[in-house]
Ligand binder design. Structure first.
Ligand SMILES: Cc1cc2nc3c(=O)[nH]c(=O)nc-3n(C[C@H](O)[C@H](O)[C@H](O)COP(=O)(O)OP(=O)(O)OC[C@H]3O[C@@H](n4cnc5c(N)ncnc54)[C@H](O)[C@@H]3O)c2cc1C
Length: 538
């Protein structure tokens, strides 16, 4: 531990306890400690800062959001001086960036690493949270900010025989610190989401043999990675404020020129020219959001995009049977994927697609995998099986709120929360990018929400308030708004982690606000301007 919370008589040990030291937690600590001057400390079960970028060290791991928006806005000096080598930077570079931010703002001394918060209990009498750690420590805090990550709690399906496999078995998001030697090894990647496709592109050139175990084929657009476009670089260096405003005024904060044009307003040839241009320029979000404005709301428009991507898959992959298996049939309405060289990898003799729908996985054996039709000998099995998104890490903390209400019970049929930042019955507890946040790129919205939470904490302290708690009616209303909007989109009817469909037994629910960042900001700012009207202040 860098610094222990000192016991301060009748005062809480901390003004603010921050759980998580990724993009959100680091900024929250900077805001609370360095800007608001509060006694704030962070906790993370990792041995260093970085969150996502600390845990995910697998080959090929990189952002799918452009670095120009995948970095903080609060430190202008760093915007001018930090040189991103690529527009989709690799994991070591993002981790180095977060370490540099933490060092520059002297954050590490206030973070308890390798410390897991296991329990949070609301103490009615003192209006404080009691925190318990895996190290047997307990402490109190007036406010708790949970920055525990949207895609952080690993989803590991129950594979029979997993304990018998004699080779290396790793989950991509719990990657060992020491590198694994892949040269000429027989490797299986289980899962073809964003992580799986990055792994396949990176490992295909070096594996002895790579088996790609696919349950759900994906629409993958080339990334065309390279330097940040000069136009964006110039804009950021000459007028960062206007660049930032352009990004935050968009619906999704992905730094993409979001199209308003309906796909069916063009004839087929012209429409395909638009897709062709986007395919050549690269980027998943640019393809989904920058081509036409209605791909995720109109089934007819969506089909024009899926037809185009399927035609590219058929054109790229030499073996037409393999190509057909790689072609998805559902809507293009998940978080869009991008990678360079993914489909091309299947033309290599050392890459085999294992279609788990045709040939289900039966078990892991001491020497590899057994499917219904074959035995595969392996040195390494990589689980790219994704995350228990949105709720996973919150529910791992036993959280007992007002009147003994448990978060685990409250969220048993899916999360209930207000605008991604608070949940009724749990006073003085805030979440960053929690359930029902807007569907956006994360770091700039993490900053935005932390600033908003800081405003409420500042207000509470200035007014001498001990408790702030969102009202249940406001929470119900917000969830209804999110559901109504989501139902108008194809995301609602497409299986993905966005609605919980990737985790067996998880309640399938809308967990996100699809109304766009600009509209979200308008609503949450109105809440603040009205004196935090949706909150009970005591
Ligand atoms: C491989 C990968 C690539 C991604 N690429 C992008 C991208 O390009 N664009 C984008 O917008 N998003 C991307 N994401 C989402 C990414 O998670 C966010 O962009 C961002 O890094 C989240 O930051 P965070 O601080 O909210 O959470 P995280 O980075 O997940 O950090 C949360 C931290 O809290 C810790 N923690 C959780 N519970 C506890 C507890 N009880 N006690 C102590 N510590 C705890 C976790 O261990 C973790 O270290 C990606 C995710 C992954 C997995």
């Amino acid at each position: 531990m860098q610094q222990s919370a000192s016991h301060r008589g009748n005062s809480p040990d901390l003004d603010v306890a921050i759980i998580g030291a990724g993009f959100a937690g680091l900024y929250a600590l900077h805001k609370m400690r360095n800007e608001l001057g509060l006694l704030a400390e962070g906790f993370d079960d990792a041995a260093g800062v970085g969150g996502t970028w600390y845990w995910n060290r697998y080959p090929g791991c990189r952002t799918d959001t452009q670095a120009s928006v995948y970095s903080y806005s609060f430190d202008r000096e760093m915007i001018d001086t930090w040189q991103w080598s690529e527009r989709y930077p690799p994991q070591p570079e993002v981790l180095a960036y977060l370490n540099a931010v933490a060092d520059k703002h002297d954050l590490k001394r206030s973070i308890h690493f390798e410390t897991r918060i296991e329990k949070l209990t609301w103490d009615e009498a003192s209006s404080l949270w009691r925190l318990s750690t895996n190290r047997g420590e307990s402490l109190s805090a007036r406010f708790v900010i949970e920055a525990v990550g949207l895609l952080s709690s690993t989803n590991i399906p129950d594979f029979p025989g997993a304990d018998r496999f004699g080779g290396a078995l790793v989950h991509a998001a719990r990657w060992p610190q020491d590198p694994i030697d892949f040269e000429n090894k027989r490797i299986a990647v289980i899962g073809t989401g964003s992580t799986g496709i990055q792994l396949v592109s990176a490992l295909a050139p070096k594996a002895g043999h790579l088996f790609v175990c696919q349950r759900t084929p994906q629409y993958v657009v080339p990334a065309r990675n390279g330097p940040i476009p000069e136009k964006i670089r110039q804009w950021m260096s000459t007028s960062y404020d206007s660049f930032h405003k352009w990004v935050m005024d968009s619906a999704t904060v992905f730094g993409v020129d979001e199209s308003q044009t309906p796909a069916m307003s063009l004839v087929e040839d012209d429409r395909n020219l638009v897709y062709e241009r986007a395919w050549d320029e690269g980027g998943g979000f640019a393809f989904m959001l920058g081509t036409f404005g209605d791909l995720t709301v109109s089934a007819e428009a969506n089909k024009t995009a899926t037809d185009f991507i399927r035609s590219k898959i058929m054109e790229t992959v030499d073996d037409s049977q393999v190509a057909r298996k790689l072609c998805p049939t559902d809507y293009y309405a998940k978080r869009p994927l991008c990678a360079d060289g993914y489909y091309e990898a299947f033309n290599q003799p050392n890459v085999t697609l294992v279609d788990l729908n045709e040939d289900p996985l039966i078990e892991m054996t001491p020497t590899g995998l057994r499917t219904a039709n074959c035995e595969i000998a392996l040195d390494v099995i990589i689980l790219a099986t994704g995350f228990d998104a949105f709720t996973g890490n919150y529910l791992k903390i036993e959280t007992v709120g007002r009147n003994g209400e448990r978060l685990q019970d409250k969220w048993a049929d899916g999360p209930r929360a207000f605008m991604g930042v608070a949940t009724a019955g749990f006073p003085n507890l805030f979440t960053v990018f929690g359930p029902f946040s807007p569907f956006t790129s994360q770091p700039l919205v993490d900053e935005y929400q932390v600033d908003w939470i800081a405003g409420l904490i500042r207000h509470a302290m200035a007014q001498g308030l001990n408790e702030v708690e969102v009202e249940r009616a406001a929470e119900d209303g917000w969830i209804e708004t999110c559901e109504t909007i989501a139902e108008q989109t194809l995301f609602a009817v497409t299986n993905s982690w966005i609605n919980g469909a990737n985790v067996p037994g998880k309640a399938r629910r809308t967990m996100i606000y699809m109304g766009g960042m600009a509209s979200y900001a308008g609503i949450i700012e109105e809440v603040a301007r009205g004196g935090y009207l949706s909150f009970r202040l005591a």
